[in-house]
Design a protein around this ligand. Sequence first.
Ligand SMILES: [Zn+2]
Ligand SMILES: [Zn+2]
Length: 124
Amino acid sequence: MWNCDWEYQHQDVLKNCYERKMAGRPYGKSDPVRKIICEGCGCVFYTRIWSKKYCYYKKCGNTGYKKQLIQRRLAQPPRTQVCKVCGNTFTPKRSDALYCSNACRQRAYRQSVTDKTSGHDDHL
Ligand SMILES: [Zn+2]
Ligand SMILES: [Zn+2]
């Protein structure tokens, strides 16, 4: 049985296989042992599993996955918007948000109402 648990518990055996292979000594033809750097913790790990990326999935599998998610999130920084009323920079919750807060939105609304009213008065 070549599973993750076995490999994790028998790193010395796999390391031995790998070193024999590298030295050109017989190590068993059915052992395609590889040396990988764990994507989770960065440690050296010896494995026969071709798809392996982490030293031990229970330890680093999830961490590595989370790290990838964080990196992906960092690649897209949150969009910021400048409030039309107070000029503060804020992160809009909605893509069409124009104001940093309800207070500013109300201020802008009142402003527009006043403008319309005064414009009307001027016209008269
Ligand atoms: Zn690891
Ligand atoms: Zn504002």
